[in-house]
Design a protein around this ligand. Structure first.
Ligand code: DC
Length: 230
């Protein structure tokens, strides 16, 4: 199905997709970007890359000043192609490594540091530039791009999110209960931190994907985008 977007709109359009882990953000954001011919930015991968660098260099995770210095100085190259998103940290392609268990266990601590967030938000705004992009994260509609024309808060119940995460990681269904515990802990940390917590922007449309297919969610975001561009 087409949308009413013309090329002019696409060049400046920003679609912000926020939500907790396992809500389907990445798949949906990539799908929407591919369908509309837009770039795609995974801001979580940037926090994960800084976390990877901290672990690689032995920077203490309980030292906010050291983590801030690291984040400010880090060379990050982000590929915004929705078909092949990639991230290179200090010359190393960490696209796969940032999905590993070690990084996943440490990233909430790193992303809670205000100085790290300031450094990442600055880079995210540079990458967004004039627009033409779908951006996923936790604080995109509220903090990184409050002017975004389309803001979606994608949610799903915790059990569904844990099942999706387990399947994504290639784990057995029996692991989903453990994943759910870890995921609830990470959500709580992300939602209660003082610096830019996970939050729904007041003007974001909420989509609960618990009982929806990916295609249905992508279509719902496309419909929303067409509506605001009409
Ligand atoms: O979406 P993800 O699981 O890759 O995110 C990794 C971590 O980074 C997660 O703990 C939340 C955090 N994050 C954040 O604080 N702000 C963002 N814009 C994106 C991710």
């Amino acid at each position: 199905m087409g949308t009413s977007l013309d090329r002019m709109d696409r060049r400046t359009l920003v679609v912000a997709i926020d939500g907790p882990s396992g809500s389907g953000k990445s798949t949906v954001a990539r799908g929407v970007a591919a369908r509309l011919g837009l770039r795609y930015l995974d801001t979580g991968a940037m926090y994960r890359a800084v976390t990877w660098l901290a672990l690689d260099r032995g920077v203490q995770l309980d030292d906010p000043a050291a983590l801030t210095t690291l984040a400010e100085a880090a060379t990050l190259e982000v590929t915004t192609d929705p078909e092949q998103p990639a991230i290179v940290a200090a010359g190393t392609d960490v696209t796969a490594a940032v999905r590993g268990a070690e990084v996943t266990a440490a990233v909430s601590q790193v992303s809670a540091v205000a100085g790290v967030r300031d450094a990442m938000v600055r880079r995210q705004r540079e990458l967004i530039g004039a627009g033409g992009i779908v951006v996923e994260g936790r604080d995109i509609g509220s903090t990184v791009a409050p002017e975004a024309a389309v803001k979606v808060y994608l949610d799903a119940d915790a059990t569904t999110r844990a099942q999706r995460r387990t399947a994504q990681d290639g784990g057995a269904a029996t692991q989903a209960a453990n994943t759910e515990v870890a995921l609830r802990e990470r959500d709580a940390a992300d939602a209660t931190r003082t610096a830019s917590p996970l939050q729904k922007a007041p003007d974001a449309v909420v989509i609960d994907s618990s009982t929806m297919t990916i295609d249905e969610v992508v279509q719902a975001v496309l419909d929303r985008t067409a509506a605001v561009s009409a």
